[in-house]
Design a protein around this ligand. Structure first.
Ligand code: SF4
Length: 438
């Protein structure tokens, strides 16, 4: 049954950001009615009422309208949030999900050089590390003992093409590529612990994806953005050949052709315009419309850190995050889950929920976020209580989303189907008796 949001909630102000107001929001109307859109009739947002009405019932949003709404404010912003929240409720009701995982940073070597990266290390740095099978297994076992179901493998992109010493390290162990080593580590974790791997090795060829498919319930790679400015001199992706949008979009296409449930997303605030964020979201949607395999789009905000090239770069504000989440929700219509990392949240969780978010991604009770090590995961019992206060139930999902669990014959290798079914209920969520909240 649908419940109303609490009447006291975040109030949306101007571009200056969020204002905790304790004021009364306009009441959400029943499905099919206008969500306060009749107030969006004047000024530079005139004419969007019909577009929001259609988007709120899952019919999608034209790119031209999305480009206007990505800068929405005032009544237009409120109407957009109402439409996005209503659409989320149509898709997933008042259930918000997360995946209980361990994070396995297989190697922190990478051939690329992104301006915001804190994960990568260069040869000569004492912190360079490639995990041995024993180390991989130790982390996975700790995760299994803590009730985790997902093993997220995160690693740099093709370091063997740049670093001879690492290439030798692989060769000594019988591997010609990082992908080949990754495949064996996924198989090891699956066989020894039952954790379900989700590999995130960067740009992948069709052959790479075939190599990994029978030992991964899903795979991932952030698109990040499609703006040409990111690769230009001084841009966030200058010197990162694997961040070419064409290469990344080709990976998402290959995953679609091979029916691999795929996680992708955009990184906001790294030098793109709001309209270019919309362009990236539409690029994802276009591929998903062809293959139906994009299970999740992450809206991730750039965070400045002292040890990165972009240390002085301004961070995006909370309003930019909320607008992007809402526009994404409306663009994707009745498909694709929208996620934002809770440990990077710029606003109250309720603000993201109001914008149509329905997932908090992977949260680990065992390992830190190796990409954002200074940002601790929220305690699960507290996140669950915060969701309940906002009128939502937090449920655990696997590394493969429920709608893909329900289509396992198409989207999962037969070798993985039994384990996934044993962990999930009829809806495709983790069985309640398997959930833990500490
Ligand atoms: S590709 Fe990934 S690991 Fe490599 S430098 Fe860029 S963000 Fe870091």
């Amino acid at each position: 049954m649908r419940r109303r949001l609490p009447d006291t909630c975040v109030h949306w102000g101007s571009d200056s950001g969020l204002v905790e107001a304790g004021q009364t929001r306009p009441a959400r109307t029943s499905e099919g009615e206008r969500y306060g859109h009749d107030r969006v009739v004047a000024g530079r947002f005139a004419g969007l009422t019909d577009a929001l009405d259609a988007a709120a019932v899952g019919e999608g949003l034209p790119q031209e309208d999305a480009c206007r709404l990505i800068r929405a404010e005032g009544d237009a912003l409120q109407a957009m949030l109402s439409a996005a929240g209503s659409l989320r409720d149509r898709r997933t009701d008042r259930v918000v999900t997360y995946s209980r995982k361990v994070f396995i940073p297989l190697t922190n070597l990478c051939r690329d050089n992104c301006g915001y990266c804190t994960f990568v290390r260069r040869p000569g740095d004492p912190r360079v590390h490639t995990m041995t099978p024993q180390e991989v297994l130790a982390v996975a076992e700790a995760g299994r003992n803590a009730g985790c179901k997902e093993a997220l493998f995160s690693l740099g992109d093709k370091p063997e093409l740049k670093y001879p010493a690492y290439r030798d390290w692989l060769a000594e162990r019988g591997y010609s590529s990082t992908i080949a080593y990754l495949r064996d580590m996924c198989a090891l974790v699956l066989a020894e612990t039952g954790l379900l791997p989700h590999a995130n090795p960067g740009v992948m060829t069709r052959e790479d994806i075939v190599t990994l498919r029978d030992v991964n319930v899903s795979m991932g790679m952030m698109l990040e953005g499609t703006s040409p400015a990111l690769l230009a001199k001084g841009g966030a992706h200058r010197g990162s050949r694997d961040k070419t949008p064409a290469a990344r979009l080709a990976t998402i296409v290959a995953a679609g052709e091979l029916a691999v449930p795929f996680t992708t997303g955009i990184l906001i605030g790294i030098g793109e315009t709001p309209e270019e964020r919309v362009d990236a979201l539409f690029a994802i949607k276009e591929i998903h419309d062809r293959y139906g395999h994009v299970q999740e789009v992450i809206i991730q905000n750039f965070r400045a850190k002292p040890d990165i090239r972009m240390r002085d770069w301004p961070e995006p504000g909370p309003l930019e995050m909320v607008r992007t989440i809402a526009v994404a929700r409306l663009i994707f219509g009745d498909t694709i889950n929208v996620q934002a990392p809770p440990n990077l949240a710029l606003a109250e969780y309720g603000a993201y929920l109001e914008a149509g978010l329905n997932d908090w991604g992977g949260i680990s009770p065992v390992t830190r976020d190796h990409i954002n090590p200074e940002r601790a995961w929220p305690a699960l019992d507290r996140l669950r209580a915060a969701m309940a206060d906002a009128g939502f139930e937090l449920r655990e999902r696997l590394g493969i989303y429920p709608e893909y669990v329900r289509q396992a014959e198409r989207f999962l290798d037969p070798a993985l189907q039994g384990r996934v079914r044993a962990l999930t209920d009829d809806a495709g969520l983790v069985r309640r008796e398997e959930e833990q909240w500490t």
